[in-house]
Design a protein around this ligand. Structure first.
Ligand SMILES: [Zn+2]
Length: 140
């Protein structure tokens, strides 16, 4: 076992570079691979963070919003290259889900991917709700 790297702001973006973001992530992060109709097709790997740990640094005006079903989730993709590098997930509408696949390569970031059964979303979404809670709330 080695020491986990510090939590810090890590950058990423879409394929063409029009959209850039930063997320504050620990050196060891737990991500979810979801099997719902949307994630299975896009291969999105979820790193869910609170509102305060995410920021769009470039290309807000290049984002297109796709919604379906309940309309709660906002699937934001780059209008130029079509890549969804982050979005507002239905499970955590108060936070963000960053696509682990869209982070810039970093030697000090270790991501473990666990499966999430999004096909049975109603039964399982509660297990993700805490991931967008702000740090001071989880410390209580
Ligand atoms: Zn793009």
């Amino acid at each position: 076992m080695h020491e986990a790297a510090d939590t810090r702001w890590r950058a990423g973006g879409c394929h063409c570079g029009a959209v850039r973001f930063e997320a504050e992530l620990p050196g060891r992060a737990l991500a979810q691979s979801c099997n719902c109709s949307m994630c299975e097709k896009t291969g999105f790997v979820h790193l869910i963070v609170p509102e305060s740990r995410f920021r769009i640094t470039q290309g807000q005006d290049q984002l297109t919003d796709y919604t379906f079903n309940t309309g709660v989730a906002h699937h934001l993709f780059c209008r130029v290259c079509g890549v969804k590098s982050f979005y507002r997930p239905r499970s955590n509408p108060d936070g963000w889900s960053v696509n682990a696949r869209c982070l810039d390569a970093a030697d000090d970031l270790e991501i473990t991917i666990e499966p999430f059964d999004g096909r049975n979303w109603e039964a399982n979404a509660v297990s993700l709700a805490h991931l967008s809670r702000e740090p001071q709330e989880t410390d209580a």
